[in-house]
Design a protein around this ligand. Sequence first.
Ligand SMILES: Nc1ncnc2c1ncn2[C@@H]1O[C@H](COP(=O)(O)OP(=O)(O)OP(=O)(O)O)[C@@H](O)[C@H]1O
Ligand SMILES: [Mg+2]
Length: 261
Amino acid sequence: MNSKLTQIIAIANQKGGVGKTTTVINLATAMAACDKRTLIIDADPQGNASTGFGIKYDQRDKDLYSVICRKNNINVSIKNTMIPKLDIIPTSPDLSVLEQELVNEHNREFKIRDLIEEINNIYDYIFIDCPPSLGLLTLNALCAAKSLIVPLQTEFYALEGLTQLLKTLEAIKNNFNTKIKLQGILLTMYDKRNKICEMVSNDVKIHFDDKVFKTIIPRNVRVSEAPSYGQPVLMYDISCPGSQAYASLAGEIINQEKDLK
Ligand SMILES: Nc1ncnc2c1ncn2[C@@H]1O[C@H](COP(=O)(O)OP(=O)(O)OP(=O)(O)O)[C@@H](O)[C@H]1O
Ligand SMILES: [Mg+2]
C-alpha cells in the first residue's frame, strides 16, 4: 500500500484523565476489527496503553525510548497484541527522561515522525497516545501526525485548556507540520442522567459545530473495568454501550476519509 495512505492520528489533550488512552486502545481495536492494519505508539511514560493490553514491565525493554535514544531497530520494538492486525510499540518509565535528554538535540521535534517513516507503509492507521501535557512528547506526536483527535470529558471544566491546545495546533501547523488538521473533538464519559453533561456537550457543539464527532462515548463501567484485565473493552464485553460507541466512532472516521477522497 502507498505510505501516503497511512492515517497517522495523535490523540491529545493536556488535561489529564479525559479518555485519551481509553480512546486509543478501543478505537485502534475497532479499526483492526474492521480489517485495518493498525499500530498504537504509546508515547506516554505512564504506559497506560501498554498496560491496557496486558504488556508486563519486563516485556518493555525494547520500548519507544530505546528506539529513539539507543537507536534500536523499530521492528524489534513492535509487539503483536491479542487482537489480530493490531500492533503496539510499548513504553516504559524510561521515556520520562527523554524530554531532558533531547533538549539540545537537533530535530528533537521529529523523532517520532522519523521513526514512522521507517514503517508507515505497513499500516492503515497509526494512533499515538499522548501524555497529559504539551511538552516535547506531545509536540513529537503532533509533528508526526496527519490529524488530531481531542477527547473532551463532558464535565464543567472541559473547555479549559482547549483554546491553548488549538493554539498549539496552529503553531505546529505554521512552523513544523503544515498538513496536520483537527480530525475532531470527541465527547467522552457522557452520562445522560447528569445535566452538566448535556450542557457541556451542547456548548461544545455550538462552538465547534461539525468538528465534534457525532459519536459520543457514554460513561460505562465496563469501559473502566477492561484495563484491569489487560483487554480492550471491545474484547472484554463487545455488547456494552462503550464498545458499541467505539465501533461507531471507527465507522465515522472511515467514512470521513471516504468523503475526502
Ligand atoms: N467511557 C468511559 N466510561 C467509564 N470510565 C471511563 C471511560 N473512559 C475512560 N474511563 C476511565 O477514566 C479514567 C481516565 O481515562 P484514560 O486513562 O483513558 O484518560 P487519559 O486522558 O488517557 O488520562 P491521562 O491524562 O492520565 O493519560 C480511567 O480510569 C478510565 O478507565
Ligand atoms: Mg492516558
